[in-house]
Design a binder for this molecule. Structure first.
Ligand SMILES: [Zn+2]
Length: 348
């Protein structure tokens, strides 16, 4: 009998996820908590998690929603605003409540309306973070309407990120969910302990043409928006290179189906159920399965100065493609990400 192809990984972490709150949280949390040991939980709730006290309560809500005996660890983040108090932020970091802080340029994505209007206003916050060794996670897009949506990440590097890094050379920065060749090259120009990037399964899988293949595909719409094919290829090369500056971050973002399939559909892709299987497929297509463990389980903890997980998880390759169910929420549901290729791997 032919033996099935198997793959063993150190249990991965998700370095960028949206878990929401209330009923939505209770419905989506299991997909993250089963597949990942830890996750960096994004703070863009409505209202956002802006203080240490907010994060303590939100962490309790997540822990209460976990199934019994789950050893999943939520790593909390602070939503930076023009009014962030550096003393509260740093004390939250030093007491272990916060793992990092998130910078959303105001208006850049879902629930980012109270984001930062001008990063120069936060220089005292960034200095304090730099001194404390607290990582800054950045949604790297300019929000100027004059700048084309496909150019917003590229322009952010030149207009915001490079000047910010020149002002704070020791600040640890994660350029989140990168989508362009320029971002890959920019991250590679930094020191590995100071500048890193997360890459999502969907940005590794789809390009901008896929958003319009045969009609508008609202379930592939996300921000930053997928770019041209050569950018996708650059992301795949970066992820599959084993370079420690690149690591796994799903940016899984649940939305109810009627919010996606709408005259003004919202941005975000829910990939927690099959993110790992999608990453495996991408690495396999590129003969880089030997680099997947670094990307999924080693590079992130190294950047964040955390222990690597000790548990292992084994995947096997089936003969037939696997399907992933939608998540029911009340009378509605959340559609799971459908990459434009079949997924054959499952957890043993
Ligand atoms: Zn996100």
């Amino acid at each position: 009998m032919k033996t099935k192809k198997a793959l063993t990984l150190t249990k991965p972490d998700d370095w960028h996820v949206h878990l929401r709150s209330g009923e939505m949280l209770s419905k989506v949390l299991g997909d993250t908590a089963t597949n990942f040991n830890r996750a960096i939980v994004m703070p863009n709730l409505s209202p956002p998690i802006k203080t240490t006290a907010d994060a303590v309560l939100y962490k309790q809500e997540i822990e209460t929603a976990l199934i019994e005996n789950s050893d999943f660890i939520p790593l909390m983040t602070c939503y930076l605003t023009d009014e962030t108090d550096p003393d509260d932020l740093i004390s939250g970091f030093k007491t272990g409540v916060f793992t990092a802080a998130k910078l959303y340029p105001a208006g850049a994505t879902t629930n980012s309306d109270s984001g930062v209007t001008n990063v120069l206003l936060l220089d005292s916050v960034f200095s304090a973070m730099s001194d404390a060794g607290m990582p800054l996670l950045i949604h790297g897009e300019v929000v100027d309407h004059e700048i084309d949506i496909f150019d917003r990440e590229h322009k952010f590097i030149e207009l915001v990120l490079e000047p910010l890094r020149n002002r704070h050379p020791n600040l640890k920065i994660v350029f989140e969910h990168i989508t362009t060749r320029s971002a890959v090259e920019y991250v590679k120009s930094g020191q590995p302990d100071k500048l890193a990037a997360t890459i999502t399964p969907h940005h590794l899988s789809v390009n901008r043409s896929d958003l319009f293949a045969g009609g508008v595909r609202p379930h592939l719409y996300c921000l930053p928006i997928p770019k041209k094919e050569h950018h996708r290829v650059a992301l795949v090369e970066a992820a599959c290179s084993g370079d420690k500056r690149f690591f796994l971050g799903t940016d899984s973002a649940p939305h109810l189906i009627e919010e996606k399939e709408s005259a003004c559909g919202c941005a975000g892709i829910y990939n927690s159920p099959n993110a790992l299987q999608t990453y495996i497929a991408i690495f396999e297509q590129n003969n880089a399965l030997d680099k997947l463990n670094s990307f999924a389980a080693l590079n992130g903890p190294e950047f964040y100065n955390l222990q690597v997980n000790t548990e292992e998880v084994c995947f096997i390759k089936g003969a037939n493609p696997t399907s992933f169910d939608d998540v029911c929420v009340g009378d509605s549901r959340i559609k799971a990400f459908a990459p434009p290729f079949p997924l054959f791997w499952t957890v043993r």
